[in-house]
Design a protein around this ligand. Structure first.
Ligand SMILES: [Ca+2]
Ligand SMILES: [Ca+2]
Length: 108
């Protein structure tokens, strides 16, 4: 199975497309949206959903890695302060987004 990265599809003219990486700001905003129960931190289930929306192939594994990477105090949650670590982790994965429609993540 080939690696699949989520990506934008910006159409210029009829059929040209290009990928633009998500910025830290966009990723942070995105992760904040994924706090479904509004407790100000991301648990594993919320993180799994987040990576799923980003197009991760194995969201549960990605969530576990994300927590491993960013959960500085080891409580199993990504809180406000730890969000930066999570954003940096996601940035390194090269997630990209459709600039024309930032809330819709697509795969190529
Ligand atoms: Ca939460
Ligand atoms: Ca934590």
């Amino acid at each position: 199975m080939p690696l699949i990265y989520p990506s934008i599809t910006i159409t210029i003219g009829n059929n040209k497309a290009l990928s633009v990486p998500l910025t830290a700001e966009q990723l942070k905003g995105f992760f904040e949206q994924c706090d479904k129960n509004g407790d100000g931190r991301l648990d594993r289930a919320e993180l799994k959903e987040a990576f799923k929306r980003l197009g991760a192939m194995i969201p549960s594994w990605r969530a576990a890695r994300g927590i491993h990477h960013a959960d500085a105090n080891g409580d199993g949650y990504i809180d406000e302060e730890e969000m930066t670590g999570l954003v940096n982790y996601a940035l390194r994965l090269g997630y990209t987004v459709n600039e024309l429609n930032p809330v819709r993540f697509t795969k190529i």
